[in-house]
Write a protein that binds this ligand. Sequence first.
Ligand code: KG4
Ligand code: ZN
Length: 460
Amino acid sequence: MMVCTWKLGSSSRPSPPYSRPETSASQVTWVHPAAFLAPKGIIYRVSMLILNKTAGVFKPSKRKVYEFLRSFNFHPGTPFLHKIVLGIETSCDDTAAAVVDETGNVLGEAIHSQTEVHLKTGGIIPPVAQQLHRENIQRIVQEALSANSISPSDLSAIATTIKPGLALSLGVGLSFSLQLVGQLKKPFIPIHHMEAHALTIRLTSKVEFPFLVLLISGGHCLLALVQGVSDFLLLGKSLDIAPGDMLDKVARRLSLIKHPECSTMSGGKAIEHLAKQGNRFHFDITPPLKRAKNCDFSFTGLQHLINKIIIQKEKEEGIEQGQILSSAADIAAAVQHITACHIVKRTHRAILFCKQRNLLPQNNAVLVASGGVASNFYIRRALEILTNATQCTLLCPPPRLCTDNGIMIAWNGIERLRAGVGILHDIEDIRYEPKCPLGVDISKEVEDAAIKVPRLKMNL
Ligand code: KG4
Ligand code: ZN
């Protein structure tokens, strides 16, 4: 059974109707438009210039923070009935903020996506991401608060992603938040980005601990058992790149940005879109790590294999790199299928391991799939075949909560407030951590168990 639920309740006091502020590529402030049209060398020179100008710790000036706070009406109006948390996310290429109350009502949300900018440069250039975060963070936080006329003084706490992620990006969100926390004298809740992805499902569905979580995105790929708000057992992870990264690279190599139907889509989304028109049976690809009886993943070998297929097809079709192959949809379908099979196999072993060790109930155990790649419906259907075969329930947050967002950070703040863990009143020693593992690593134990996974028919 697969259940996808989503609730957006009303706020606890009369307010304008909740609506997601529209943000579009046209609102992106370009760092240096010429950089995106110029040859690669120039892009890097321009980005180095930006880096030199911006590599120091970002500190919004006190005056700016005062100005920001003054822009709010510190009303003595009807107080909120429930605790409310502002969540701020800047770990990668989305500047996002949201306000969520302790019952799970989303009171305001705003997001500024940098996807289109990075698509044009062929990947994320950290100083460019940092600059765009700086240019947008104040507006995004303001929009999240003003959707329900929330004054900063109404907040019970501020929660911000501090790990893991791009150093330059994390720094912007953390500095902004610490200034705000200092001025408002509110508690600060540091958030682990992957924990926030993992717990998002508890905002949209009633899910008790323990449950298994599969996090698949552009930067991460892992399987973990979630036993509590800050109690995670890591069962396996990618040994190289994440599936979203691999799909992005394949999409780039296929030049899907030039495809009229895919030009504004992320690589993974473009692959999913094109795969619907393709025939996966045109290619016979073996899934990675076939013999390793663990829950680890690998996508680099697959990426190289697909590259070879593309080169071969370019020769056959007599076209140059940069032109779109007539077999692009077939390649997209094949890569999507093999990605799904690989993910399902590792997840199958994780389910069997957890049941064998009584870490999960024998019946109706919950598998949660989240992260950008989990918004792929083909992969969800493949996971559904697995959960049906293992008497589990598959739960996925709605696609827009699978990708990075502020709601998951605010919700993680609420979870921590409710559990009374990780709420800081002293922010002296807070630092961001670009690299940070999730939970206690038991992947060696999983490997030692060497569980053989029965064959599953993937009739998709
Ligand atoms: O979670 P996310 O927004 O950011 C992090 O990486 O943390 O995930 C972004 C990734 C990108 O690699 C993107 O190509 C992939 O998720 N993605 C998809 C789909 N939508 C986004 N991959 C496969 N199918 C999709 N529909
Ligand atoms: Zn993410």
